[in-house]
Design a protein around this ligand. Structure first.
Ligand code: NI
Length: 137
């Protein structure tokens, strides 16, 4: 088991009150667990900046009637097949599709996939959820 180390944190009273309100609203049992999550989140953000192997998901919303769009989305996914783990396609209604693409690989490559998909004409919305492989946190 990993050794736990206690340390003191000094903080302005007002800032601590806001932090306590926030962690209570989010259901944290203790400040320690909330701080651990903040640290983990910072480490994951750093993984994306330093270009390490990361994981995440890309969400796309698009109109499937748009000419050649499906083919272009498929071409991009094949071009980057080495970082695409899986895709899930949901038919939202008669016109709109939601696609969730799970990715794992070098951060720069994943950002590149995301940028290519976002730039396609006919794609209404994209988002990139930045996660981690979990090895460093
Ligand atoms: Ni569809």
């Amino acid at each position: 088991m990993t050794k736990l180390i206690r340390f003191g944190v000094s903080m302005e009273e007002g800032l601590l009150s806001k932090f306590d309100r926030l962690l209570k609203a989010e259901g944290y049992a203790s400040r320690s667990e909330a701080i651990r999550d903040l640290v983990r989140r910072t480490i994951v953000e750093e993984e994306w900046v330093t270009g390490e192997t990361v994981s995440g998901s890309i969400m796309l919303v698009y109109n499937h009637h748009h000419r050649e769009l499906l083919e272009k989305i498929m071409d991009i996914q094949h071009d980057f097949h080495e970082v695409i783990i899986s895709t899930q396609h949901v038919h939202m209604d008669h016109d709109n599709c939601l696609e969730i693409i799970v990715v794992k690989g070098m951060a720069e490559v994943i950002k590149n996939v995301y940028n290519h998909l976002t730039a396609l004409k006919g794609v209404k919305y994209t988002s990139l959820s930045r996660a981690t492989t979990g090895k460093k946190i």
